[in-house]
Design a protein around this ligand. Structure first.
Ligand code: MLT
Length: 381
C-alpha cells in the first residue's frame, strides 16, 4: 500500500489487528527485512512496516534527507492510519530514526524496542567513511554498496552458511536508488547525539543485540541501556547486526515476552481520562500537578503532606509516564487563584502556571476546562 505524505509516496504494509507495532528498518534495507516478525506477530498485533523514504517501493527524491524528515513521514503515515500511540521497533538506522521520532512526537511512543543500535552521533572517522561510501554509490551503484555492507550486517557464520539471507539482502540493497543510499548516509552523518534523551524515557523499553554484532557491539549497547530507566537487554545468540533475520526465533521470543507484559494502552488512556474527570468534579479552581519523574512525584507528595497537613483532600495517581497530584481550590496556589479572578469564571485554556523544576508542571482547572491528556504529553517540560 502507498500513501502520499510529506511530499512523497510512502509504501507500507498494515497487517493484523490489535495494539499497533511500527517497525523501522536498517540501512540500506527495506520493510521486507521484517518478514519473520510480521509472520510471528500478525495474529496478535497490528503490524505496520514502512519502506522509509529512499527505500524499497517508497519515493527516493534526490534531496537532502534528515531524520526529522523521516519522523514527519512516519507521523504522516500514522495519522493516515489513525494510530495515535504505538510500540516502535527500530533496528540500527531504524533506532536512529526512533530517537528523532521521540524527540519530535513523544506522545506517539507507547513503548520501544531498540535493536542493534546506538544513541551517539558518528565519530569523525565514521563521518569520513559515510562520504566515501556515498562516493562509491555514485560511481559504482547500489550493488557495490551490497558488497561493502554484507560483511558488516551479518555475523561471519551467517555470511558463510545462510545463502538464503545473503541472497535476500543482496537483492534488497541492490534494488535501492542511489539517491536514497546517499540521502541516508548524509542523514546518519548529520544526526545529533541522542544520548541525553535516554534518561528521559518514561515508557517500557527493550534493548536487543546480536551476540556477534560488530557494528553495535553488545558491550556498547548494554552501556546505552544503563541510561534508560527500567530498560532491559536481551542478547540474541548466533546473530550479528541483523539479529531479527539471523535468529528470528530468539528475536521474536524476546519481543513477544516484552509485548505480553505491556499494559494495554487504550485501557491506560481511558482510565487516565476517567480519573481526570473524577478529579475535576467539585474542584473548579483547583490544580493538577504532573511530574514526569516518579521520584520527583514521591518527593512532592511528601512535601504536600508535610505542608498542607490535609492529605485526605489531595489525590495522587500515576501512570507509566507521569505522577499526577490534584488539589482542591482552597489548597491551590495564589497564582491559580489570581488566574481564577482574572478570568472571572470564564472558560480558559488549561495553562501551565508554574514551573518549579524540570519535569514539574501545573494546570489550573478553570470553569469547565480539563487539561487534555494530549496537552500533558505535549507539555514543555
Ligand atoms: C544499519 O544497519 O542501519 C547501519 O549499520 C547503520 C549505520 O551505518 O550506522
Amino acid at each position: 500500500m502507498k500513501v502520499h505524505v510529506n511530499g512523497i509516496d510512502l509504501a507500507y504494509s498494515d497487517e493484523g489487528q490489535g495494539h499497533p507495532i511500527v517497525f523501522l528498518h536498517a540501512f540500506p534495507l527495506d520493510r521486507t527485512m521484517w518478514a519473520p516478525q510480521v509472520e510471528g506477530l500478525k495474529d496478535h498485533y497490528r503490524i505496520i512496516t514502512i519502506d522509509l523514504r529512499g527505500h524499497g517501493e517508497s519515493d527516493a527524491p534526490m534531496w537532502r534527507y534528515t531524520f526529522e524528515q523521516f519522523a514527519d513521514d512516519i507521523k504522516g503515515l500514522l495519522d493516515h492510519l489513525s494510530i495515535s500511540h504505538a510500540t516502535c521497533v527500530g533496528l540500527s538506522m531504524g533506532g536512529y530514526i526512533f530517537f528523532a521520532l521521540y524527540k519530535k512526537y513523544p506522545h506517539l511512543i507507547h513503548s520501544a524496542v531498540l535493536a542493534d543500535t546506538r544513541a551517539e552521533a558518528d565519530t569523525e572517522n565514521v563521518k569520513a567513511a559515510r562520504y566515501s561510501m556515498a562516493q562509491i554509490a555514485y560511481t559504482r551503484g547500489a550493488t557495490a554498496i551490497a558488497d561493502l555492507m554484507l560483511p558488516k550486517l551479518l555475523a561471519p557464520g551467517s555470511l558463510e552458511t545462510r545463502k538464503d539471507i545473503v541472497d535476500q539482502l543482496r537483492q534488497m540493497i541492490s534494488a535501492n536508488q542511489v539517491s536514497g543510499i546517499v540521502g541516508d548516509l548524509m542523514a546518519m552523518e548529520e544526526r545529533p547525539d541522542s544520548s541525553p534523551l535516554l534518561k528521559e524515557f518514561r515508557f517500557p523499553t527493550l534493548i536487543l543485540v546480536g551476540e556477534h554484532d560488530c557494528a553495535s557491539p553488545p558491550e556498547e549497547v548494554k552501556r546505552m541501556a544503563q541510561h534508560i530507566p527500567g530498560s532491559h537487554v536481551a542478547l540474541i545468540p548466533q546473530a550479528g547486526h541483523l539479529s531479527n533475520l539471523e535468529n528470528p526465533e530468539a528475536f521474536n521470543l524476546a519481543l513477544t515476552q516484552f509485548l505480553e507484559d505491556l499494559p494495554a494502552v487504550e485501557e491506560a488512556m481511558e482510565a487516565e481520562q476517567r480519573r481526570s474527570v473524577q478529579m475535576k468534579e467539585g474542584i473548579d479552581g483547583g490544580e493538577l500537578l504532573f511530574l514526569k519523574n516518579p521520584l520527583d512525584g514521591i518527593k512532592k507528595c511528601l512535601e504536600i503532606k508535610g505542608f498542607d497537613n490535609d492529605i485526605s483532600r489531595t489525590n495522587f495517581f500515576c501512570n507509566p509516564k507521569n505522577v499526577y497530584i490534584s488539589k482542591p481550590p482552597d489548597m491551590a496556589t495564589t497564582s491559580t487563584r489570581n488566574l481564577m479572578r482574572e478570568k472571572n469564571g470564564k472558560a480558559s485554556q488549561p495553562r501551565v502556571t508554574e514551573k518549579e523544576e524540570r519535569g514539574i508542571g501545573m494546570f489550573p482547572f478553570i470553569s469547565g476546562n480539563l487539561p487534555k491528556i494530549e496537552d500533558l504529553y505535549h507539555s514543555p517540560f
